[in-house]
Design a protein around this ligand. Sequence first.
Ligand SMILES: Cc1cc2nc3c(=O)[nH]c(=O)nc-3n(C[C@H](O)[C@H](O)[C@H](O)COP(=O)(O)O)c2cc1C
Length: 204
Amino acid sequence: MKPRAKLLAIVGSQRVDGNSYFLAKTVLESAKADYEIIQLADKKIEFCNICEKCINSDCVLEDYFNNIFEKIKGADGIVFVLPKYIFVASKFVCFLERLATINHMRKHAGYEITFKNPEYRLFSGKKLSCIFVASGTGKVEKETLRIVAEYIEDLGLRLVRHDQQPFLGVSVKAGDAKGEILENKKGIENCKKLAEKLIDSITK
Ligand SMILES: Cc1cc2nc3c(=O)[nH]c(=O)nc-3n(C[C@H](O)[C@H](O)[C@H](O)COP(=O)(O)O)c2cc1C
């Protein structure tokens, strides 16, 4: 029997047990995979201070970042579950910036413009899918997706896409109240399909 895929969902909301978390939990509970969900909301994530030490070592800041970094390395597939907060929630941007800085430092051997290791990618080929949550008015495709897509490419993550618009992932409408997303049955089904596609891409 093939081993089950190990998925890691990173929930980018800034409130604990918000709609993004409920969505992640509902989708992953029914997935044929082992999974862990991390909520950035209750984790300490500092800003990068550009010390450049990550050229040769782990990040030296003492917060929860390295735990997540190790969990990403150990997972077969990653799911970003991101609420639209104007563009992207700032704590999630901070987290992405930390990953992107390590990537940059190793690719350029420091805070330089020249490429020392042009092919370097922190997570070369690791599979990722994205789920976006918005209260309804947001242009997720133009605003949230565009920003996240730049980071994904740079980090070498391989995006497993949805087959319907907005294609880079699934966009699910929720209200603002915690748990309201559970009323959007169609959105949840779409997310489950994407999760299946991600698992298939890992196990087949
Ligand atoms: C600061 C902030 C900005 C937001 N901006 C948008 C927006 O531009 N478009 C939109 O549709 N919803 C927007 N929302 C609504 C959230 O996407 C919505 O409340 C969602 O359910 C929050 O997910 P969460 O509970 O996982 O944090 C915003 C919410 C916050 C707190």
